[in-house]
Design a protein around this ligand. Structure first.
Ligand SMILES: [Ca+2]
Length: 266
């Protein structure tokens, strides 16, 4: 995940906010020429899942094993199993709002604007996932990005470019959905020049790197519309231990809330 752009706001992170996000496709024959022509008419992003969540979980993370819901999205683009898993996380107080988009075809659809998603002191992280379709078990998405800036303010807007990943659940080396399962499953890993199949699929025209496949752009909605009573804010502040996190932010880090990768514990 590359952070392309961050702008500051004066909305304190003790408030809940709504972000409006857009999926801009970057997966193309120009950027990823090998084998792309075989799917240029059908290439699409499966219905993306966006999730607001706490710092105690990841929706998915490199090095972790895909959950059945993540596998189902990565292999077939279906979201029902993942939705059920997210509902469990919500009942446990680990996840907040979920937004699900629609199929987005590279050749014909404009950038997709999602319903707004609420991030809050309890659920300040945003993760997303969508299948690279057709493909074996390849996907992309935002990994636990927290748009809280230095000084304790939400970012007004942010843009991140995301790379392709392999869910570790299905074999297959090109843009086809019919493949044998990976047995046993391996961990999720990023598809880079060192890990793409031997054909070099997904490499850029120079054959030296894999370019991002999506650029996600999110911007704050007018936060005046949101209702946050002082009591609620204070309660959430205490429960979330958020002051500790603010204290841990590194000065000069443009994305003070973003963490490195870590395990799920599953
Ligand atoms: Ca695979």
């Amino acid at each position: 995940m590359d952070i392309l752009q961050l702008t500051a706001s004066n909305v304190p992170i003790t408030h809940s906010v709504e972000y409006s996000c857009v999926l801009n496709n970057n997966w193309s024959g120009t950027n990823h020429p090998i084998d792309y022509a075989s799917v240029s008419g059908s290439a699409h992003w499966s219905p993306p899942v966006l999730l607001a969540h706490s710092n105690f979980i990841d929706l998915w993370s490199p090095g972790d094993f895909a959950s059945p819901g993540i596998e189902s999205v990565a292999e077939g683009g279906t979201t029902s199993t993942l939705q059920s898993e997210i509902e469990v996380l919500q009942t446990k107080g680990l996840a907040g709002e979920m937004v699900i988009g629609a199929n987005q075809f590279n050749a014909m659809d404009p950038p997709q604007v999602f319903e707004t998603i609420t991030l809050s002191p309890s659920f300040p992280y945003l993760s997303t996932i969508s299948m690279i379709a057709p493909s074996p078990d390849w996907f992309s998405g935002i990994e636990s990005f927290c748009p809280r800036g230095p000084g304790g303010f939400w970012f007004q807007s942010f843009e991140v470019a995301t790379y392709p990943f392999d869910a570790g659940t299905e074999m297959g080396e090109t843009y086809s959905i019919t493949n044998d399962p990976e047995s046993p499953h391996g961990p999720i890993y990023q598809l880079t020049k060192d890990t793409v199949p031997d054909s070099g699929i997904l490499l850029d025209p120079t054959g030296t790197k894999v370019l991002p496949v999506v650029v996600w752009k999110c911007a704050l909605n007018d936060f005046e519309e949101l209702d946050n009573s002082p009591e609620e804010e204070f309660g959430m502040l205490k429960e979330d231990g958020i002051m500790k996190e603010i204290g841990m932010m590194k000065e000069g880090d443009p994305n003070g809330g973003h963490r490195g990768l870590r395990g799920h514990g599953n």
